[in-house]
Design a protein around this ligand. Sequence first.
Ligand code: AHR
Length: 498
Amino acid sequence: MATFHIDDTRSLGTIAPEIYGHFSEHLGRCIYEGIFVKPDSGIPNVNGMRTDVVEALREIRVPVLRWPGGCFADEYHWKDGIGPKEQRKRMVNTHWGGVVEDNSFGTHEYFELCRQLGCKTYINGNVGSGTVQEMSEWVEYMTFDGVSPMAQLRAENGHKEPWRVDYFGVGNENWGCGGNMTPEYYANLYRRYQTYVRHYDHAAPIKKICGGPNVDDDNWTEKVLATCFASPHPEDGFHGFMDGLSLHYYVHPGGWRHKGSATVFTEEEWYTTLKKALYMEDLIRLHGGILDRYDPEKKIGLIVDEWGAWYDVEPGTNPGFLYQQNTMRDALVAAVTLNIFNNHCDRVKMACIAQMVNVLQSVLLTEGPAMVKTPTWHVFRMYREHQGAQALPVTAKDLPVVGGGLPAVQASASSGKSGAVTVTAANLSVTAPQPVHLELAAGRPAQVCGTLLTGEAHAHNTFDAPDAVAERPLEAAVRDGGVDFVLPPCSVASVQLV
Ligand code: AHR
C-alpha cells in the first residue's frame, strides 16, 4: 500500500490562486465561437459572452485570464480592437490559420469577460512588432484615471472608469514567434519597454512579467536575469525589473513533429506522456535554481503561463486551429502538473493552462450551441480548494513504480482557512488499482469525504455523450489513525480530511 505522510503542522507557502489560471488567445475557435458570439447568434450570451461557458468557468473559479496571446500578442495592435465594431480593422491572423480577424473582441470585451468571470487580468503586450509608445498608450488607455488622451479615448468608447490590470507580459516567446531574438537583445528591450508600463494606480501596481525560457533553455534564463538584475543603483534595494519570469512547456508525446493523436494511443504512449508531464518538476528546479541566485527571497514568481498537452489536431479540422479532444490521459497530465505547482508554490506564482476553450488542452469544447466539460475541467474543479490554501509537505512511503520508473501515485496537499486538509492524488498506472493510506502529522482525522474521476485511458466526453467522464464520490474510510481508499487505474482523487 502506498502511504503518504502529510505534515499539517508546517506550510510550504500559500498556493497562489493564480496557479489555476487560464490562457485565451485569438487562435482557432478559442475566443470566437468558444467564448464570444454575436449577441443575436441564438446562443445565450451576456454582452457576447456565452452564458454556458461563463457558468462552467465560474464553477472552477478561474482566478486569472491571460490574453490576447501567445504568438498573436506580438502582432496585435490594440487600437485595431477598440471603437465602433463596424469600423474596426480586419486583419489576417498569420500565425493561426490565416483567417480574417475582425477585431470584434478587443480590450473592452476582454475586461467584460473578466468581469463576468470575476477573475484577475493578465494582458500580454507586443514587443515583437509593436513600439514602446504603443505599449505605453495601451497601459494608459486601460488604467489611467484622469485627464489624458488615452483616458479620454476610453471614455469616448464607453468606459469612463479605468480598469485594473493585475499582470502585464512584456512580449511572448521572444526567442521564437515573438521576434526570434537573442536573450541579450530581448533583455535590453525588456528593460526599455517595461519602463513605460506605468503604475498609474499606486495602490494596485501592475505586476510585470518578463518573457522567460522555452522548456530547458537555461542560457536564456541566465542571460535575461543577468541583464535585468544589473542595476546602476544596487544600493536602492533593487531586485530586478520584473515581478515574474515566464516559462513555457508543452507535453508532445511523440515529439514536436509527430505529436500523436489525442484519443488513439498505446500504453507506451500513455506512460511517455505522463513522464513528460512529470518533467515540469525538473524545469521548475532548473529555472528556479537560477532565479534563487538573483532572488533568494523568492519575490519573483516563475509564471508558467503556457502549459498542457499538445497533440495532432482532430482529423478534418483546420491545422492552424489546434483543436484536440481531451481524455483521461489529459486529466492525469493536469492532475500531476497541478500537484507539482502546489508543491513548488514558493516559486511558482502563476500558471495558465493552454488554452481555455477549443484549443490544445482545453477545459471546455463547443460545437455551435453545445458545450462539453472535458476531463481536464473536472480536475480543475476537484482541485479548486487548493486555491489560496497553505501547501503542506507530503512524503511518500512504499510507493510502487509503473511504466518503467514513474511513481504509481503522485500527490499534493493543502490546508484551507477552515483547517480542512485537501489531498489530491493521481494513479498513473493504466492497469493496476492502488491502495492508498494517508496519515497526518497532527493526528487522526475525524471525517473524510472525497471525489473520484476515473475511466478507461481513452475515455472522453463528446457532444453525444457529454458525461462519459464525470466525477463521482470516492469511498474512503478513517482507519488506523489515517485514511484509506483505493485509486482505480487511470484516476484522480480529491480527498477532504477534517
Ligand atoms: O498556445 C499556442 C502557442 O504556443 C502560443 O501562441 C505560443 O506562445 C506557443 O508557442
